[in-house]
Design a protein around this ligand. Structure first.
Ligand SMILES: Nc1ncnc2c1ncn2[C@@H]1O[C@H](COP(=O)(O)OP(=O)(O)O)[C@@H](O)[C@H]1O
Ligand SMILES: [Mg+2]
Length: 393
């Protein structure tokens, strides 16, 4: 169990970034605000021991310094960190010649608080020179198996997870929602009054884990479907929302075409729902949906899957699969059961057969890992980290 004040070891991420920095002149580390990017980059720069320089584009001074980046960046050696890079898309074209120097005097670590589309707008010219790595919220392997319950309740933002009490954690999350989320959304030019955004967020919390219904959202806000979709996709771009697009198998059955939506961080979901203790969580009707979202995020992280590789699947007759991850020929299924004693259902067998799943894991809250049927395995939530590598490269 991690003590309340300890730094949580994120060395898996550090190792990956170091490996990428060996093969690419630039690496973009992207993740939600407050997820730990600056901390990680600072530690990495210290660890590398070479000279390093950090620019923070949230500071007006650095923003001004780098508005003409070539003279200042070209003289630097070692590791150059540019934080909150989404603030200055104009930096990418002048960066390109600096990445093509031989030998390479400096490598660049770019930190961004939004998706590649937003963070690295204008980085097309860097194709092949830049690698991307997502910094997710804390994972079960980082906090330790025995703390999984706390991770579920509080979510994966380090400050929320390590707060000295559940109440303090909840306060931190409420403040986070009021400040960062609202500011970021305004920054990208969504003209959405804060009260409206809060109400949208509330409605999403109640729809967490369900199929997105644009017309209901549009009606509730007295606006168009295109508008509510843009709101949703903006939140996705800030790593706040996960949209699981539907998978369409080539079978002669009708299949559901609506995506499923989740608030990515379960701690944020609980903050919006007013759930601050384990008991409140257990008593809420949303407990199953909350557990499902938690498992989806942890599974996606463990598998190392990209957002575009993740889907849900359902038929109007009621067969469904919570998470389908597809890479090349590999097809992995995750079905989530908020119970300690999962059982094989008809729906699981249909999904296994119709989707040609290589494996189907039924993730549950109990302790036992066992084969339920050939190819269908019961997996304790604490064993999710063992899925690493299952997707292949
Ligand atoms: N591994 C960690 N363990 C404990 N606290 C952390 C860890 N990483 C970050 N934090 C804390 O979380 C907060 C946000 O971290 P920061 O690196 O500034 O996030 P970001 O740059 O992604 O916005 C800081 O208060 C930091 O001290
Ligand atoms: Mg930062």
């Amino acid at each position: 169990m991690v003590s309340c004040t300890a730094m949580i070891d994120r060395s898996d991420h550090v190792r990956t970034i170091r490996r990428l920095l060996r093969s690419f002149p630039a690496v973009a580390l992207l993740g939600a605000r407050q997820v730990g990017k600056t901390t990680l980059a600072t530690n990495l720069a210290r660890e590398l021991g070479t000279s390093s320089r950090v620019f923070d584009l949230e500071s007006e001074r650095d923003l001004r310094l780098l508005s003409d980046p070539e003279p200042i960046l070209s003289s630097l050696r070692g590791l150059v960190v540019i934080d909150e890079v989404q603030r200055l898309p104009a930096i990418f074209p002048p960066l390109r010649p600096l990445l093509d120097r031989k030998p390479l005097p400096a490598r660049f670590l770019l930190l961004g608080s939004a998706s590649p589309e937003v963070s690295t707008r204008g980085s097309e010219s860097l194709a092949g020179r830049i690698a991307f790595h997502d910094l997710d919220g804390l994972s079960i392997d980082e906090v330790g198996e025995s703390a999984w319950n706390r991770l579920w309740l509080r979510g994966g933002f380090p400050r929320s997870f390590t707060a000295r009490s559940d109440a303090a954690s909840m306060e931190w999350r409420e403040a986070f929602l009021r400040t960062y989320l609202e500011r970021d959304v305004l920054d990208v030019g969504l003209r959405m009054p804060p009260a409206e955004l809060r109400r949208f967020w509330q409605m999403l919390a109640h729809w967490h884990g369900q199929r997105w219904n644009a017309s209901e959202f549009a009606r509730a806000f007295g606006t168009s479907e295109a508008t509510v979709r843009r709101w949703l996709e903006t939140l996705e771009g800030f790593f706040a929302v996960r949209i699981l697009r539907p998978w369409e198998a080539s079978i002669a059955k009708r299949q559901v075409k609506a995506p499923k939506v989740y608030i990515r961080d379960c701690g944020m979901l609980h903050a919006v729902l007013g759930v601050s203790t384990p008991q409140q969580l257990r008593e809420r009707p949303q407990v199953g949906a909350s557990f499902e979202g938690f498992v989806v995020e942890q599974a996606v992280h463990a598998l190392g899957a990209k957002g575009t590789e993740c889907h849900h699947w359902a038929t109007p007759q009621g067969a469904e699969l919570d998470l389908l991850v597809v890479r090349g020929n590999r097809r992995l299924g995750i079905e989530v059961k908020c119970t300690e004693a999962p059982q094989v259902s008809k729906s699981m067998e249909i999904a296994k057969r119709d989707l040609h799943l290589d494996r189907l894991w039924v993730v549950h809250q109990g302790k036992d890992r066992f084969m339920m049927r050939p190819g269908i395995e019961a997996l304790p939530v604490t064993a999710l980290p063992s899925l690493a590598g299952q997707l292949g490269r």
